[in-house]
Design a protein around this ligand. Structure first.
Ligand SMILES: [Zn+2]
Length: 52
């Protein structure tokens, strides 16, 4: 089982980036292939938590 090198989430066939299998779809933009910074990943999880 792989883990995303950026955020550490478990990677499966649904969450693995199509550009780079070391990263998940949340850390790598699936349109542009651009990699999110650790800060952006952190902000993303904070925003997601606050929306609940
Ligand atoms: Zn990730």
């Amino acid at each position: 089982m792989n883990q995303c090198e950026s955020c550490g989430m478990t990677l499966d066939e649904k969450t693995t980036s199509k550009f780079d299998e070391r990263f998940c779809i949340h850390c790598q933009n699936q349109q542009s292939g651009e990699l999110a910074s650790k800060e952006q990943v952190k902000e993303g999880s904070i925003n997601a938590a606050m929306q609940v």
